[in-house]
Design a protein around this ligand. Structure first.
Ligand SMILES: [Zn+2]
Length: 62
């Protein structure tokens, strides 16, 4: 039997994904009783993390 998956929509890019049961967001999605739970997909999460890194770089004061 294949693992279960949940169809969830990415909050950032709006695409829907089948989130497999081994995905780290799966428990959260499974716990939310919504028929269309939302999460942040791996791509967007990577992008957010990358942008956060950029913001942590010291900036010259104006
Ligand atoms: Zn996304």
């Amino acid at each position: 039997m294949k693992g279960e998956s949940i169809t969830a929509r990415c909050l950032m890019c709006g695409k829907t994904y089948d989130v497999p049961s081994d995905h780290k967001e799966y428990p959260k999605l499974a716990a939310s009783k919504s028929s269309a739970p939302a999460f942040i997909c791996d791509l967007c999460e990577y992008r957010v993390r990358h942008e956060a890194d950029e913001q942590q770089k010291p900036k010259k004061p104006m």
